[in-house]
Write a protein that binds this ligand. Structure first.
Ligand SMILES: *Cc1c(COP(=O)(O)O)cnc(C)c1O
Length: 365
């Protein structure tokens, strides 16, 4: 088969929307860069824990399909997250997979996905690949939730899935819980659909919907160990009332979480105190960083309840380039949404990384 034949075969076989799409860009690895572009925890495990983890992983029966450690992992997560009585959780290969499984499970004719924007791109992407219409409702210019517009959109589109990230990405703020409750009540009143509260940044936030879910069965709470400090192992979990989780779990590929992921997650939860300290250190660094960023002339810094900061700068593209030349990677989000014009999103790093960032920003052109 010639290259031309292969191209013709691709053109005749794959979905046209897949062929037209841009691939999700995973930022290239730059050696020795100060990496503040993906909301990763800047801290690695201390040497002693690295060795202990190596021992543990070495003992896992990787000749077997994953399974034996999953009940223990679920129990540890339920305890860690303080899962309410009557609720269950299901595991995903990162919450990205859970978002895909949610859209897959709800894919009925007319099912729509709704989310405020700017928001996490995976909600839109997952809907698109499952062929579900997606509706984005603009936030207010200060990135607060526009409850009126959201309620009107729920009435109009009757969504199967409404995603609310709490805190939101890339804006880093917590929405007003009363505004969220109005949206949740509207979805409750329509008799079908779920509100998925995405709490990826929960370790850094001052509030959660986990306890509020207990008396609202149409609310699901999604969490992940990624921002907690384990982005590399890919483990997300979706919490909800037992009957709905039992249904959603049917579309989960049976071995989606590897035995090594599961063991590493269990190990991390056994050392949760260590991660709690890291999260506290990051929250503290965030406050210091917010104060210093706020003093930069010509910049607007938005409040943060995550391990990231959104800021508007005089020229996002130029500042982004400048930081890159200084070996500091951040994300230029200015073209993601009109409300984000001239905005950069940066991860809170170690105190040293944050100092390097501030120095570089002070010298920005
Ligand atoms: C980072 C992030 C996630 C995490 O996805 P994983 O697949 O678990 O790494 C989920 N939701 C939001 C809003 C995020 O920013």
């Amino acid at each position: 088969m010639t290259t031309a034949d292969l191209k013709a075969r691709i053109a005749a076989t794959l979905r046209p929307d897949v062929q037209r799409a841009q691939a999700y860009v995973v930022p290239a690895v730059v050696p020795n860069a100060v990496k503040l572009d993906a909301m990763e925890n800047p801290y690695r495990l201390p040497q002693a824990l690295q060795q202990a983890l190596g021992q543990r992983l070495g003992q896992v029966a990787i000749n077997r399909y994953p399974g034996p450690s999953l009940p223990a992992l679920k129990a540890a997560l339920a305890e860690h997250a303080q899962l309410p009585a009557g609720c269950e959780l299901m595991l995903g290969n990162g919450s990205d997979e859970l978002i895909t499984l949610l859209t897959l499970a709800c894919m009925r004719p007319g099912a729509t996905v709704l989310a405020p924007e700017p928001g996490f791109v995976m909600y839109h992407m997952a809907a698109q690949w499952q062929g579900l219409p997606y509706v984005g409702v603009p936030l207010r210019p200060d990135f607060s939730l526009d409850a009126e517009a959201m309620v009107a959109a729920v009435q109009r589109h009757r969504p199967a899935l409404t995603f609310l990230a709490y805190p939101n990405n890339p804006t880093a703020n917590l929405f007003d819980p009363q505004a969220m409750q109005r949206v949740i009540d509207q979805v409750g009143a329509q008799g079908h659909g779920w509100v998925v509260v995405d709490e990826a940044y929960q370790p850094f936030a001052s509030d959660s919907w986990m306890a509020r879910m207990a008396h609202q069965p149409h609310v699901l709470v999604m969490r992940t160990l990624s921002k907690f400090g384990l982005a590399g192992i890919r483990l997300g979990y979706l919490c909800g009332h037992a009957p709905v989780i039992a249904q959603l779990d049917k579309v989960r590929p049976p071995y989606n979480v590897s035995a090594l992921n599961a063991e590493a997650a269990l190990f991390a939860l056994e050392h949760a105190a260590h991660y709690t300290e890291q999260a506290a250190a990051i929250r503290q660094s965030r406050e210091a960083l917010l104060q210093q960023l706020a003093q930069l002339p010509g910049c607007t810094v938005f409040p943060s309840q995550g391990n990231m900061v959104l800021m508007r700068v005089p020229d996002a593209s130029r500042w982004h380039q400048h930081l890159m030349h200084q070996g500091i990677l951040v994300k230029n989000v200015s073209t993601m949404h009109p409300l984000l014009s001239e905005c950069l999103r940066l991860t809170v790093g170690t105190p040293e990384e944050n100092t390097a960032l501030i120095q570089a920003l002070k010298a920005a052109p």
